[in-house]
Every structure is written in structure tokens, then in C-alpha cells.
Ligand binder design. Structure first.
Ligand code: KG4
Ligand code: ZN
Length: 337
């Protein structure tokens, strides 16, 4: 069974062809960093327009690289939310056109479900497990009981972890997205040079908060600019900030496992491509005898392979989950539960 995945929820125009749920034939990702970099964040209107310009070329590339024809596709899986509505509509309407023209069934996929199931592109994880989706838009902890069965255990009350990387990156004058740039600087910094605050919130809470940390970095940078005797370099600040984020993420993952009495962990989403985070989770999981898995970095950041994968499993479980393209709609705030 050949699934064409299509992802345009944010600032990546992506298409992928997946065979039988586990053999990835192509995975084309066209990011828009060149467009948004000068603004230090995503400009929704520009993202939508750019998807429009790129989407057909990206699909053509995905199909060609897979060595198949569009008419060979058995199912079209497309992201229908959550995300930027103008961007989602480009992917959805493109999928609708293909579905109508090719008489191929289509299925709407939740972007978060894509992240949650991305690991299945590489290996089969036994249910149930704890999953942390940590990206530019989300920092959500789930109990994953089966395909389609997700229980939200905790989420950020303000900024997402990736968003805080992007905002601190902007303060440091780094290019967008800030996450990879901060990770690179942090490697050369001293993570013990300063202790930024960690928001653990109420005892036993699995929620997150990163806005206080962001403000603390801003205040620190302002003081440095105003001539305070602070000797920390941008590298040190990056390392200290990254450590503060990681400490909280690791702590809450382990707490979620204990609370739910589960031993398997999946960390996914853009920030999960951070190697320091992967190492920190791996290390702490070992201490507690838990098993941690991470999709390869290319499947952590936004991609269409994970959408094809989620679409494949949804369709395999319930053939009627493919929807008449006339009724399928995009929702900016779509929930995965
Ligand atoms: O999953 P994703 O591609 O898009 C969303 O659904 O948001 O995640 C993008 C986010 C951005 O905030 C980016 O800065 C962050 O993931 N990110 C990283 C790294 N690579 C991407 N954050 C920390 N370290 C990284 N290496
Ligand atoms: Zn994402």
C-alpha cells in the first residue's frame, strides 16, 4: 500500500511516499527558513503563500524520488491541524484536488499524531508508552495506549520549549530557528556558569512553563549590556539556558512514567533533535530502568513521512476513517485526544 503524506501546517512544505507503513520511499522537506529568518519568527501570511508556490514541486519530487506515479498512490494523508490556518489550507486543498482527480481516498491527520507516531517509521514500540511532543508549538506529555488513543497528561501553560529556544535565539541575534543555533553555541559554553530558573510548578504537576526562563535570560542580557560585571559569553548563556530547559523536560518525563507506571518513553518533535536532550533523557531513563526512544532528527522536525505513517495506521485500523474530501476541513486548534 502506497501512502502519499503531505505536511504544510507551519513553515515546512513536505511530501513523502511510504510503502506498507514502514518502507519510506521518499521524504522531501522544503523549509522556509530563508523567508522567515529576517523576521526572527514565522510570518503566517508569508508561510501560506510560500507553501502555495512550493507544494506542487515538492509533491512531484516526492513521487519521482519514490520511483512511482501519482496514479499508483493508494491513500493521500494530509495534515489538517493544529497549525497556521492559511498554511494548513494549502496542503488540504492540494490533497483534495489530487483525491478528486485521481479518485484516491484521502485521510486527515492531526499533526501531533504525526509526531507521536514518527518513531514507527523506524521501529515498533510496544504500547502503552509515555510520549513528550516538544516542538515550536507544543510541549505536551501524553500517555499513548494504542494507535489513536492519546491521553494528555501535561502541557505548557505559556511558551512551548521550542518557542523559548527561538526567542532566546532572537535575543542573542542568532538566525531562525533558534534551537539548532543555540545547541551549537551551547557545545562551546559552560553550562555551570549561571543557574537560570527552572519552573517545576506545583508538586506532581506535569505541566510546563518556559516564559519565566525566557524573561530571566532577557534581564540577564540587558544587565550585561548595561555594563554589569557579567563575564558570561553567548556560548555560556546558551549552555545555561539549554540546561534549564532540559532539566525540566527530563524531570517531567520521569515523573510521568512513575505516575502512569510505564517504562517506555518516546521523545519527539523538533526540539527532540537536540542531542543534549537525547543524551539527558537517555541517561536518566537508564537510572530508573526505563527505555527511551527518539525518532531520527529528520523525523523529529516537521516532515510528511510521519503524516503518511499516522495516516497509514489510522486507515489500517479503520478503512472508513478515509473521508469524503467535501467534508474534510482544517482546524488551527485541532486536539489529538
Ligand atoms: O516540530 P517542529 O519542526 O515544528 C513544530 O511543529 O513546531 O519544531 C520546530 C522547533 C523550533 O522551535 C526549533 O527551534 C526547535 O524545534 N528545534 C530545536 C532543535 N532543532 C529544532 N530546538 C533545540 N535544539 C535543536 N537542535
Ligand atoms: Zn511539528
Amino acid at each position: 500500500m502506497l501512502v502519499l503524506g503531505l505536511e504544510t501546517s507551519c513553515d515546512e512544505t513536505a511530501a513523502a511516499v511510504l510503502k506498507d507503513g514502514d518502507t519510506l520511499l521518499s521524504n522531501i522537506i522544503n523549509d522556509q527558513n530563508d523567508i522567515h529568518s529576517e523576521y526572527g519568527g514565522i510570518v503566517p501570511e508569508l508561510a501560506g503563500r510560500s507553501h502555495n508556490e512550493r507544494v506542487h514541486r515538492v509533491i512531484k519530487e516526492a513521487v519521482a524520488e519514490a520511483g512511482v506515479q501519482l496514479r499508483d498512490i493508494d491513500l493521500i494523508a494530509v495534515t489538517i491541524g493544529p497549525g497556521l490556518i492559511g498554511s494548513l489550507l494549502v496542503g488540504l486543498n492540494t490533497a483534495k484536488g489530487l483525491s478528486y482527480g485521481l479518485k484516491t481516498p484521502m485521510i486527515g491527520v492531526n499533526h501531533l499524531e504525526g509526531h507521536l507516531l514518527a518513531i514507527f517509521l523506524q521501529k515498533k514500540i510496544e504500547f502503552p508508552f509515555i510520549a513528550l511532543v516538544v516542538s515550536g508549538g507544543h510541549t505536551d506529555l501524553y500517555r499513548v495506549s494504542d494507535f489513536g488513543k492519546y491521553k494528555l497528561l501535561g502541557r505548557t501553560r505559556d511558551d512551548a520549549a521550542g518557542e523559548s529556544f527561538d526567542k532566546v535565539g532572537k535575543m542573542l541575534g542568532l538566525p531562525y530557528p533558534g534551537g539548532p543555533a543555540i545547541e551549537k553555541l551551547a557545545r562551546k559554553g559552560n553550562a555551570k556558569a549561571h543557574k537560570f530558573p527552572r519552573a517545576y510548578l506545583e508538586k506532581a504537576s506535569l505541566d510546563f512553563s518556559f516564559s519565566g526562563l525566557k524573561t530571566s535570560v532577557r534581564t540577564f542580557l540587558q544587565q550585561r549590556e548595561q555594563g554589569s560585571p557579567i563575564t558570561l559569553t553567548d556560548e555560556d548563556i546558551s549552555a545555561c539556558f539549554q540546561n534549564a530547559v532540559l532539566d525540566v523536560l527530563v524531570d517531567k518525563i520521569i515523573s510521568a512514567c512513575k505516575k502512569e507506571k510505564l517504562t517506555r518513553i518516546v521523545v519527539t518533535g523538533g526540539v527532540a533533535s537536540n542531542s543534549a536532550l537525547r543524551l539527558a533523557v537517555q541517561k536518566e531513563a537508564q537510572v530508573w530502568g526505563f527505555e527511551a526512544s527518539f525518532p531520527d532528527p529528520i523525523f523529529c522536525t516537521d516532515n510528511a513521512a510521519m503524516i503518511a505513517c499516522a495516516g497509514y495506521h489510522k486507515f489500517s485500523q479503520d478503512q472508513s476513517s478515509s473521508t469524503d474530501f467535501m467534508v474534510l476541513d482544517a482546524k488551527a486548534g485541532l486536539s489529538v485526544e
